[in-house]
Design a protein around this ligand. Structure first.
Ligand SMILES: *Cc1c(COP(=O)(O)O)cnc(C)c1O
Length: 244
């Protein structure tokens, strides 16, 4: 493996840009949305080599130019359905490019040739996925889903930027619409446990950041309604008022 670009130098708080993609590599892999650090590719990049993306945490959150990718894959459990299903969108010509021996189950071709029923399909998550897709279509498809996700993210980022007790951790232009990461602002770090408790008392759980980042992370996946984001914003405002 060759690392073509990385934002490790600043703790993965931005999306690398302007990097050269060597034309002699077999494929380029990206993670379109970094679930842990809260960064997201806002456009579908051009690649001279097959582009493969893990879209587990932002699949169907915005319109995507699928033709730019050789393969898109992910787990369904964040934006599409309960855990148990995974999805693969693969260009047909990629199916015959397997060069090393693979267990039958691990080869995507197996699943294509068997209509995704090589193993016993988990019918309940697949059923919920179908309902979710129908719902997305009914609200206006990806355009509307994207509009809602942008609206939710804008609400929360605006509060993070306005509220003197908090600050965002990610470069503004690369902020994820899905995983919104923030910490207590400088000098207020010690208030973090109290904020978590306060949020919990308001019924808001699961906003503790990933152990690698600390702080807070609000995961505003497709299923998260605007009302939930508004509740978190109100909670942050109340917490600020308590500490004036
Ligand atoms: C959640 C996530 C995974 C892990 O999915 P599991 O099904 O828990 O293994 C992988 N990649 C990304 C980008 C994720 O967000």
């Amino acid at each position: 493996m060759e690392v073509v670009a990385s934002s490790e130098d600043r703790n993965f708080t931005y999306i690398p840009k302007g990097f050269d993609i060597p034309s002699d590599i077999d494929y380029l892999y990206i993670c379109s949305n970094n679930t842990i650090y809260g960064t997201e590719y806002k456009t579908d990049i051009d690649s001279p080599v097959p582009l493969i993306a893990d879209m587990s945490s932002n699949i169907l959150s915005r319109p995507v130019d699928v033709s730019k990718y050789a393969m898109i894959y992910g787990g369904a459990q964040k934006n599409l359905a309960p855990a148990g299903v995974t999805f693969v969108i693969i260009r047909n010509d990629m199916l015959d490019r397997v060069v090393r021996p693979l267990p039958t189950m691990m080869n995507v071709k197996t699943h294509v040739e068997n209509d995704s029923m090589f193993n016993t399909p988990p019918v309940f998550p697949i059923y919920v996925l179908r309902e979710t897709l129908k719902w997305m279509k009914s609200i206006g498809g990806m355009e509307e889903m994207y509009r809602r996700n942008q609206e939710k993210a804008a609400l929360l980022y605006a509060e993070i930027d306005r509220n003197s007790l908090f600050r965002g951790t990610v470069e503004k232009e690369d902020r994820s619409l899905m995983n919104i990461c923030f910490v207590m602002s400088e000098g207020n770090e010690a208030l973090a446990p109290e904020f978590l408790e306060f949020a919990k008392s308001k019924g808001m759980v699961g906003i503790k950041g990933h152990r690698l980042v600390g702080g807070f992370r609000a995961s505003c996946y497709n299923a998260c309604p605007k009302e939930s984001v508004e509740a978190l914003v109100a909670c942050m405002q109340e917490f600020e008022a308590m500490h004036k």
